[in-house]
Design a binder for this molecule. Sequence first.
Ligand code: HEM
Length: 385
Amino acid sequence: MPGSIQLSDYHVSRDTGFLLENPQEYLPDYFEPWNRLAKRMPDLVSRYSMREAVEEMPLLDHSRLTGYCQKRLAHMQLVLITSGYLWQEGDAGVVQRLPECVAVPLWHVSNTLGLKPVICHPDMCLANWKYTEDQRDIEVIYTVPGGSSSVWFFKVTCFVEMAFAKGLQSVQEVLDGVMEDDNVKVTSGLTGMTITVGNMQSAMKRMHEHLSVPTFYNTVRPYLGGWGGPSSPLPNGLIFEGVSEKPFQVIGGSAAQSTTLQLMDILLGVTHSPDKQAFLNEMRNYMPPAHRQLLLDVMDMPRKLTCMVADSEDSELTTAYSKCLAAVTQFRSYHIQVVTKYVVSASKKGSRENSHLANMGTGGTDLLPFLKALRDDTKKAVNQQ
Ligand code: HEM
């Protein structure tokens, strides 16, 4: 049917959703220096020898990378190397320039993939997991300083994406049901989505099991940072040697770059004020292009779930819709608790080395009012139908 959407057309896997299926762990031997430095980054940083190691690294030919998965792995390795190089000495010891041996390939690989040349959710979550040998659990492949806390942080973020992936069929059901004007299908899809969002919340709850607050705040978070803007230790941005002498600015990694919540917002007709939406739109620039395109195409669907609900006297449909919005609202409320614990309260205890991160989000957002407004917009959506 014209205007209908198949999730599988957008680099979305039936099994793993937005997570890359079978991410690779190592590049071919030619890229051994990248394999080695990316894997050893936390260790090299702890010995303050990351910079030296990067400066000794040869400039490799990125055009020898073949296939999408190799390029995604190369992106992750190069952003990790960048992150270690920049933040090894904390804010005070940051450098203004990224050496050519990292800057040039990172720039080109990023352009090929349509990703920003900075650590991001598509790297550290979507392309950073593998099944354990018995296939019963997952492991993260690469990490940043922070030991078991940082590993756990990435792993739980993967769990949340996995929980979404398990409910993908329900999202497809809603998309199909809306196009076919099929109340039963939409109701069933919304019911499945409600369960899925609940499972995403349960997955996020696991953050508390092994993520230490001071380690997250003082050690993990700085390595997820971007550069540029008044609160950054690199206010003008970073110069990529061999690419341009003009510094440029990027936001760092955040799960706000996950397509999951934005897809649900669009599908459920949740709208945000222009400034909040501008931030979420900016986050789309850090998603893989196919996922970004999915959001745009769902926005452009000729039929809308919200119109269907508004025109319907089918109480099962309207109830399923309200319950789904309530689940997303609860997810956002729970996320606010997590952020309060790991960022807001932690910032009160402070860290001098990375004071610029204080109470702000990666995008420089004033955190709690921002997240609460997004949550309240979700709650309000139900009354707008
Ligand atoms: C310790 C765990 C976490 C912390 C400290 C945290 C922190 C933050 C922060 C600071 C923001 C504000 C945007 C920014 O500036 O980056 C944000 C936004 C966001 N985070 Fe998290 N986050 C955590 C875990 C997660 C997980 C596991 C997910 C799951 C996908 C997630 C999804 C989101 C989303 C979707 C947003 C955008 C705001 C919204 O749509 O409500 N976060 N997070």
